[in-house]
Each structure stands twice: as structure tokens, then as C-alpha cells.
Design a protein around this ligand. Structure first.
Ligand code: ADP
Ligand code: TRP
Length: 321
């Protein structure tokens, strides 16, 4: 089974990205032939500074490896190392009704948040479809917010196959991790870099502790029992703590006598321990960038071997060859 997913190098990874994207990807590398890529063309829709983009690409390559992706098992590559993806995106755009793109939530959300309504942002789903279809991906693990993009991908592949022949493109399945579908941010909304409510995956200990202490709670006095339903503190703690620790925290909420500062400290400690391994690995890789770059270069070669086959097939099917 061929598994594929991409992550945008659009800023430091946060734990929502980790649980929603990175961790499922790491698990899946043992279950099929995994292709994971750094979606740098996509990141250009929101990032305008060249040096920052360059640094983020490097950073994400390091994060992929630090989080446990194994280049012996998975192909890790950079989207723009295979620029032919733009050709497939073009071919797909010729069968893509305007209405399909106009209905895309992600586009509408981004415009509502103040991003420029440019063509790249609008056409994003056709490029994303090309990312997937260019590698004959069968399974695409993503967060809930990407579900519609996957529907569009399937739709476009179906249109190509209807018009040019059944086996032109492989129609992928989507996999959404329901139990970790949405990691809440410090304010209880979905964690997202655009809401400035994130806990970074790695970074300065003091600064991260300070952020964790900002998790929004109610103002129940220390001595009183505290609500457990809808608690962001508990929801976050569940990500890092074992069942017994979680039960203890729930009991302590219900008993009263514990302040939110205490609970948040437990969240921070559990978080810090949980990612110790990722931090260590990151440091090691930062001192060995030649290795990181070599992994990415080899990934591009492996990716190209696949993309060439698919693109040849598509070019013939549509009449370009
Ligand atoms: P952000 O919302 O911070 O901009 P992205 O949109 O770049 O994050 O998301 C990258 C990946 O991480 C996607 O697969 C997305 O579904 C996943 N992801 C982002 N935020 C969360 C979250 N809060 N919970 C679970 N998964 C998330
Ligand atoms: N749009 C995805 C996101 O913002 C990133 C992405 C680009 C992707 N191309 C992809 C994910 C192909 C899966 C498959 O998170």
C-alpha cells in the first residue's frame, strides 16, 4: 500500500501538527510504502519571505527525522524537487470546475483571515491533488481540516479517469485519525499557528512553560471542585500522560484543593518528558546537516522514479504524447 502525506514548512511545528500529522505518519511508515514530503510550493501561499521559507524547509526536514521518520522505510522529499507536479496540477485544472474551488472551506477561511486572494491560494486544491496523484498514493493520512481537499482530489482523479481511461490515475483513500483529530490550543480553540495558541514541539523550556501556564481555565477558587468536562488542561494532559496520571488529575479536579497552576505544571512536566527524545534527536541532527540534506536528496531521487512513471502514463492518456 502506498501512503503519502505532506506538511507545509510554514513555521515551527506545534503539538497539534505532531499528534495530527507527524505521529500518524511515523506509525504508518511500518504499514506500507510511505512517501512524505515538505510542501514548499504550498507554503508560498502564506509565506512571503525567502529566507524564512528556506529556514523552515530545513527545519521541517530536521523535524521529520527527529520525530522518528526513518529514511530506510519512508521516502522523505521536498515538493519542489519534483517540479513536474505543476504539470499534473495543470492537467487536473483542465477538468476542475470553478465551483469546486469556490466551495473550498480552506480557501474561504484563509481569505477571511486576511490572506491575499491570489490565484495560488485559490488553486491550492489542484496542486494538492497533483501531489497525491503523481505518486499513485492509495492512502492519505491528514487532519480533519484537509478532508475536503481529499474529496476534491478523488473527484478530480475520477473526472480524469472518466474522460481519459479508467486506470489513468489512482483514486486515494483518506485516513483521519479521529481520536487525535483536533488538539486544542491554549485558549481551547483548535491549536493553530494562525490563532497564536500553540505549544511548540520543541523550543526554549522557560518560554514554553510560560505558554502552558497561559492555558485558559475558569476562575474556580483553589479549594473548590473544578469542572472536568470541556477542560483544555485535561484534554492536553491526555496527550502526554498515562491513564493513571489522567485519572489522578480528574480525581483532583473533582476533589478540590488543587489550583489550576498545579494542574498546568503537571501538563508542562508531562509534555517536557514526552518530547525529550525528539529534542535530543533534533540537536543531534542540527549538528549534522549534511546528513539531513543527503536524506532529502535521496528522497527526491526515489520520488522522481515514481513521478516519472505516472506522468508518462498521464501524458499519453490525455494526448500530450
Ligand atoms: P496550522 O493550523 O497551525 O496552520 P497546518 O494547517 O499547517 O497547521 O497543519 C499541518 C498538519 O497538522 C495538518 O495535517 C493538520 O491537519 C494538522 N493539524 C494542525 N493543527 C492541528 C490540531 N490542532 N489538531 C490536530 N491536527 C492538527
Ligand atoms: N494542505 C496540507 C496542509 O495544509 C499539506 C499538503 C499539501 C498535503 N499537499 C498534500 C497533505 C498532499 C497531504 C497530501 O496540511
Amino acid at each position: 500500500m502506498r501512503i503519502l502525506t505532506g506538511l507545509q514548512p510554514s513555521g515551527k511545528l506545534h503539538i497539534g501538527n505532531y499528534f495530527g500529522a507527524m505521529q500518524p505518519a511515523v506509525h504508518l511508515q511500518d504499514q506500507g510504502e510511505a512517501f512524505y514530503f515538505i510542501a514548499d510550493y504550498h507554503a508560498m501561499t502564506s509565506m512571503k519571505d525567502a529566507d524564512t521559507l528556506r529556514a523552515n524547509i530545513q527545519d521541517l526536514a530536521i523535524d521529520f527525522l527527529a520525530c522518528g521518520l526513518d529514511p530506510e522505510k519512508a521516502t522523505i522529499f521536498r515538493q519542489s524537487d519534483i517540479p513536474e507536479v505543476n504539470e499534473l496540477a495543470w492537467i487536473l485544472s483542465t477538468v476542475c470546475p470553478m465551483g469546486l474551488l469556490e466551495r473550498a472551506h480552506s480557501y474561504k477561511d484563509k481569505i477571511a483571515r486576511g490572506l491575499d486572494a491570489n490565484h495560488a491560494l485559490f488553486a491550492y486544491p489542484t496542486l494538492m491533488a497533483a501531489d497525491i496523484l503523481l505518486y499513485d498514493a492509495e492512502l492519505v493520512p491528514v487532519g480533519k481540516d484537509q478532508k475536503q481537499h481529499l474529496e476534491i482530489t478523488r473527484d478530480l482523479a475520477g473526472k480524469i479517469n472518466d474522460r481519459f481511461g479508467e486506470n489513468t490515475l489512482t483514486i486515494p483513500e483518506v485516513q483521519i485519525k479521529e481520536n487525535t483529530a483536533v488538539v486544542p490550543g491554549l485558549d481551547g480553540q483548535k491549536m493553530s499557528k494562525s490563532y497564536h495558541n500553540t505549544i511548540p514541539l520543541t523550543g526554549n523550556k522557560k518560554a514554553i512553560r510560560k505558554s502552558v501556564m497561559r492555558i485558559v481555565t475558569d476562575s474556580t477558587p483553589v479549594e473548590d471542585p473544578k469542572p472536568t468536562d470541556g477542560s483544555t488542561v485535561i484534554a492536553l494532559y491526555k496527550l502526554f500522560a498515562d491513564d493513571a496520571q489522567v485519572q489522578q488529575m480528574i480525581d483532583d479536579h473533582m476533589a478540590g484543593g488543587f489550583g489550576y497552576g498545579d494542574f498546568k505544571q503537571r501538563v508542562f512536566d508531562a509534555y517536557w518528558d514526552y518530547f525529550a527524545h525528539v529534542r535530543e534527536k533534533r540537536e543531534e541532527l542540527e549538528g549534522n546537516l549534511d546528513y539531513v540534506n543527503q536524506v532529502i536528496a535521496e528522497g527526491a531521487e526515489k520520488a522522481r522514479a515514481e513521478s516519472t512513471k505516472v506522468l508518462d502514463r498521464v501524458r499519453k492518456a490525455v494526448g500530450l504524447r
